[in-house]
Design a binder for this molecule. Structure first.
Ligand SMILES: *Cc1c(COP(=O)(O)O)cnc(C)c1O
Length: 360
């Protein structure tokens, strides 16, 4: 068996320990005589799995009691509609900061449901930086401010939480959740698709301050009503049962590493290996402002498209998969989520160093 280093932006690597544990429990979960995939979501044994997943998630993220945790479907993209359907019901106005592709998609989707203000954007420099507080125009009457804390495609991260007064912040954390500690109390709602740092595609996790639910727009489908999902413990219908179980295993893995502060230390050191090389290289350059560099998605270029292509091709042949950058940026992108071992980044840098020597 050979495992390659997979730098995919998502779905992405899962920890080997998690995959091995899932494999060992595949045919018979904990003496139940069946796979988690084959279980009724209403069974006692599955109830134990979902409850334990939520309890571990709450503990690891430090989620206060006045927040609910929901296990939903539809990806982060469905949240682009679910958020306004549920929260855009006071003044009917919301502020959106567009710092990349997904926040732009969220901004466009929300326009179907109310008055959406572009509160700030870094489009002018092709999203190479995060708008700072003095670049934001915030409406104190807004129902919420929406932002995406890590820009998966452009490789930037918010290093500060904007001051929004009493207006709750709604954050898309799809590509950075569980990578470092988060002060949940600073947010009204956090959502994330699972397939970057939490598990397989098909599960979406929502953390919502309880008082924000229950004011849904009248024609909201039942499946898109946070209050319904809260009242039914994410089981109005069948939840993504297997994805929730894999999340449990991922949380156990993080717990064993020492929690999110340890996870952050590992991630920081791992990203530093690559950024330090980019800073010293004469060939490869980071595409974003140093201040706002992402710890999860590292974007870089040689400045020569043919050379970029050659690098992607040769790196693939050498066992480094999915390094081609998104077409919106070009060049390369190394997504180095929690499950990417530091060794993978060290080896990638060795390969880059050698490629540079060979081609200059
Ligand atoms: C991947 C991603 C999305 C889209 O997620 P889906 O689950 O495919 O809908 C949205 N936002 C961010 C920040 C992402 O990284």
């Amino acid at each position: 068996m050979t495992r390659i280093y997979n730098f995919s932006a998502g779905p992405s690597m899962l920890p080997v320990e998690v995959l091995e544990k899932a494999a060992s429990e595949m045919l018979d979960y904990n003496g139940s005589g069946m796979s988690v995939m084959e279980m009724s979501h209403r069974s006692k044994v599955y109830d134990g799995i979902i409850k334990e997943t939520e309890a571990k998630f709450r503990k690891i993220m430090g989620i206060p009691d006045n927040y609910k945790v929901l296990f939903l479907q539809g990806g982060a993209t469905l949240q682009f509609a679910m958020v306004p359907l549920n929260l855009l019901t006071g003044s009917g106005k919301a502020d959106y900061v567009v710092s990349g592709n997904f926040s732009n998609n969220a901004y466009k989707e929300a326009q179907k449901f109310g008055t959406i203000n572009l509160a700030g954007t870094s489009k002018a420099d092709n999203f190479a930086h995060i708008p700072q507080q003095d670049e934001l125009t915030l409406d104190p009457e807004a129902d919420y401010v929406h932002l995406c804390t890590n820009n998966t495609i452009y490789g930037t991260t918010w290093k500060y939480i904007p001051e929004t007064g009493n207006v709750p912040i709604v954050a898309d954390m799809s590509s950075c959740i569980l990578s470092e500690p988060v002060d949940v109390t600073k947010y009204g709602l956090i959502y994330a698709g699972a397939q970057k740092n939490m598990g397989p595609a098909g599960l979406t996790v929502v953390i919502i301050r309880e008082d924000l639910a229950g004011k849904t727009q009248p024609k909201t489908p039942v499946m898109l009503d946070y209050k319904v999902m809260i009242d039914n413990d994410s089981m109005y219908n069948t939840p993504p049962t297997y994805g929730i179980y894999i999340l449990k295993l991922v949380l156990e893995w993080i717990e064993k590493l020492g929690g999110l502060s340890e996870m952050e230390k590992i991630n920081r050191a791992k990203a530093k290996v690559l950024y330090d090389f980019l800073d010293e290289s004469k060939m490869f350059k980071s595409t974003v402002l140093e201040r706002d560099r992402s710890m999860m998605n590292v974007t870089f270029k040689t400045g020569d498209e043919a050379l970029d292509d050659k690098f992607v091709k040769e790196s693939k042949a050498a066992g480094f998969e999915n390094l081609k950058g998104h077409r919106a940026v070009g060049g390369m992108r190394a997504s180095i989520y929690n499950a990417m071992p530091t060794e993978g980044v060290v080896k990638l840098v060795e390969f880059m160093r050698e490629f540079e020597a060979r081609n200059s």
